[in-house]
Design a protein around this ligand. Structure first.
Ligand code: ADP
Ligand code: ADP
Length: 238
């Protein structure tokens, strides 16, 4: 479903490569955790998977299409089917839960005035369903800035869900949360993944979370894949 062929990324002005000749294949139904220390290349890798970043060398093939060759307009439907969740949630603090979730349908717009007025009944009902499925029923009109970290990430997941994703990508989505909340978020992501038959790829720095939830673990170090296999084969040294 997604294939990375020899992808390398060199940032302008940098001597070292953030990713070095990464070859990986991902199939629908897999739940994958990407491990690695800070600076290992995890964020860069995730951004390459939805075309937010085009590798300096190599290519990412997404359902038989090379992302390198697509225009912004051609990338849009791919991004629309790719849910993204982030460490800092990337929500709009002063807007409500409902309004934030609705932004998943259109992406960012120049003006958020009367945002809900722009959406159809069906869209609002899809947003309500997404909010319910992340366990935030009753929080629809709450401003996001009033929520806890775990609740904010649930809003982030609901925003991804209304996109009807085929692929869910996470860039350290639980790194700002306490361990208990991190486990709750992973349980939610895993259940959603199983219900919807997604391809889920999530960066984490916590080996225990990866072992508990992932079907496959990939470890990056200095931009290179140093492990790619079953979680139980990944040792505990660190
Ligand atoms: P991780 O997510 O594992 O912390 P990153 O993908 O953020 O790793 O970073 C990989 C490497 O690329 C690091 O050495 C980092 O300093 C570098 N890097 C990341 N983003 C940029 C950027 N925009 N410009 C220059 N170097 C960058
Ligand atoms: P460092 O000297 O920076 O700790 P290592 O070579 O020990 O570098 O590995 C870097 C990281 O990758 C470590 O956190 C280690 O736990 C992890 N790691 C790499 N390969 C494996 C493996 N097969 N089993 C367990 N941990 C691994």
């Amino acid at each position: 479903m997604i294939e990375c062929r020899e992808i390398s990324v060199t940032y302008p002005g940098s001597q070292t490569k953030a990713l070095q000749a990464v070859n990986l294949t991902f199939t629908k139904g897999e739940f994958i955790c990407v491990l690695g220390k800070s600076g290992a290349g995890k964020s860069t890798f995730i951004r390459c998977l939805n075309g937010l970043q085009i590798p300096t060398e190599g290519e990412v093939i997404y359902s038989d299409q090379s992302l390198n060759k697509l225009s912004e307009a051609e990338l849009r439907p791919i991004r629309q089917r790719t849910g993204m969740i982030f460490q800092q949630f990337n929500l709009i603090p002063r807007l409500s839960v409902m309004q934030n979730v609705l932004t998943g349908l259109f992406g960012s717009r120049p003006s958020f005035k009367n945002l809900t007025g722009l959406f159809t009944k069906d869209e609002k009902s899809a947003a309500r369903n997404a909010i319910r499925s992340v366990g935030l029923n009753g929080f629809e009109n709450r401003r996001v800035e009033q929520l806890s970290g775990g609740q904010k990430q649930r809003v982030g997941i609901a925003r991804a869900l209304v996109q009807q994703p085929a692929v869910m990508l996470g860039d350290e989505p639980v790194a700002s949360l306490d361990p208990g909340t991190a486990n709750q978020i992973f349980t939610l992501l895993r259940n959603m993944h199983d219900d919807l038959g997604l391809l889920t790829i999530i960066n984490v720095h916590d080996l225990q979370l990866a072992k508990k939830y992932a079907d496959r673990v990939i470890a990056l170090k200095d931009g290179k894949v140093i492990f790619n296999g079953l979680p139980e084969m990944f040792g505990d040294r660190e």
